[in-house]
Design a binder for this molecule. Structure first.
Ligand SMILES: Cc1ncc(COP(=O)(O)O)c(C=O)c1O
Length: 367
């Protein structure tokens, strides 16, 4: 049997300096190709620090495996043999940190635990212990505003698919710089989104759609297909011609006679934001006469196309109006009054900390 040989020429390899810029000499430092260099732990950390230097994004990371919080991005790592990394055996959730308060962390942790159960992950922490670890990480970050994301994983232990080899379940939590869709002059509440139907990317099977797992490949492909067609999140329409959801958002429609319709949470993610929008729609929006009725039932794409508004929601505070779908305006093609009012209510509630005390956890900063 012939053995495959690996070319030894350096011709096609470009070398980088520590800051990531190309080495002008084109010569391999120390005369070695990158994969020939064996770095010490100190060199690896030094190189990681240089590459991460000046990058914003993550204020702090807690790792149950490390048993502490780190704030240096060079050491914000997850072991490669954690089965979440190489098998996708992990679940996650995200909540918002607004004005030093964690918004609706309790229902996000409920969903995390439901996802963990669906993924058959062993969870050695109680609901309250998980809340405490998230709140402590937020406090250690010092950030008063951010996105807080956390993972429950099968944990490190090997590279097979079998969770039995994992040493211990892990919990990781990061506090992130809040991402903004308002950058670059684009404001969703003024401009709205142009969306497209996603036809070629398959829907997740219901089990995976309802577990917020680390298997987001189909969500990413949904987004990429939408982008190819001029959209961003992509609207998924099922074989029955009904709207399911968007790649990382739930969807609702407002009919010409003032009925708010969103699909049942079956075969799609049990969205926390949409649950809050349902409360606000049934309460203040009906009271104020902006809506006549609220229904959660299958939503046909053809009825949504002729509605007055189409709205996507997610990430606690994102209310994203769709002003055009597959090149055709929704309503009059501008951001409608229901989207504006829902956005106003949800933003003022998170910023002021108004509402049920269970929905707001004050972070106990150390100074
Ligand atoms: C597939 C999918 N649908 C809907 C949502 C919206 O959920 P939530 O409102 O809880 O952010 C998300 C959020 O990540 C999602 O990934």
């Amino acid at each position: 049997m012939a053995l495959r040989t690996v070319p030894v020429s350096n011709e096609t390899i470009s070398y980088e300096n520590m800051d990531g810029s190309a080495d002008p000499s084109g010569e391999p430092p120390e005369g070695l190709r990158p994969a020939q260099r064996v770095l010490s732990a100190a060199e690896a950390v030094e190189r990681m620090s240089a590459r991460r230097h000046g990058k914003r994004g993550c204020y702090a990371m807690f790792s149950s495996y490390l048993g502490g919080v780190v704030t240096d991005p060079a050491v914000m790592t997850v072991p490669l043999d954690d089965h979440m990394v190489h098998r996708g055996h992990g679940v996650f959730d995200t909540c918002s940190l607004v004005n030093g308060r964690l918004y609706r962390l309790g229902i996000h942790i409920d969903r995390l635990l439901a996802s963990a159960e669906g993924a058959r992950l062993a969870v050695p922490w109680t609901h309250d212990e998980l809340i405490q670890m998230v709140a402590d990480t937020a406090a250690a970050s010092g950030a008063r505003d951010g996105i807080v994301r956390y993972w429950l994983t099968a944990g490190p232990g090997g590279f097979s698919f079998m969770p039995a080899e994992c040493e211990e379940s892990c919990f990781y939590c990061v506090v992130l710089d809040p991402m903004s869709f308002g950058s670059g002059g684009f404001d969703p509440m003024v401009d709205g989104f142009r969306e497209s139907t996603v036809r070629n990317t398959p829907m997740k099977p219901p089990l995976l759609a309802q577990i917020k797992s680390n298997n987001y490949l189909l969500n990413v492909l949904t987004h990429l297909e939408a982008t190819d067609d001029g959209g961003t999140f992509g609207i998924i329409v099922n074989d029955d011609g009904c709207i399911a959801e968007a790649c990382v958002l739930n969807v609702c429609s407002i009919s010409t006679d003032g009925v708010f319709v969103t699909p049942p949470f079956e075969g799609i993610l049990h969205g926390t934001t949409m649950r809050r929008l349902l409360d606000l729609a049934r309460g203040p929006l009906c009271d104020e006469g902006l809506l006549r009725e609220v229904q959660q039932r299958p939503l046909r794409a053809d009825e949504a196309r002729v509605g007055t508004e189409l709205i996507m929601s997610g990430g606690d505070t994102h209310v994203f109006p769709v002003v055009e779908w597959d090149g055709v305006p929704i309503g009059d093609g501008t951001v409608g009054p229901v989207a504006k009012r829902l956005h106003e209510l949800i933003t003022s509630e998170t910023e002021a900390g108004d509402g049920s005390p269970d929905d707001f956890i004050e972070v106990q900063y150390r100074n």
